[in-house]
Design a protein around this ligand. Sequence first.
Ligand SMILES: [Zn+2]
Length: 125
Amino acid sequence: MYNRENYGNVKHETLDSLDRYATGGVPPGGFLTAVLENNLMESQGRADLQNRLTLYDITKYVYNEMPMGCHGKAGIVEEWCKEIRLQKEAEEFTHSMTTSEEECQKCDVPDCDVRKAEYAWKEGD
Ligand SMILES: [Zn+2]
């Protein structure tokens, strides 16, 4: 999660969506996609009241706190989501090939395959 100290007026759901997008590659919805892709008209048109009133702070958050490669031009949201997902898949694959079930007890991979495999094994026992 990025620094939220100066963005107290922005809905935390909006910041949560931005964080999930940047770190997890989760598509952020129409309004935030327009913001991230620098589409002024679309972002104004799709914003709910609270987001419209805090749009300046939202753009500041995107610009100051989020990774540079995840915003700024048309089409970038889909590209970023795809890239992050591929990256996560690669990480999870490496993890599953290099981690034993024992080590995996404390791993932080969500929905880890190594952990799942052990689960299945125990339940079938
Ligand atoms: Zn694991």
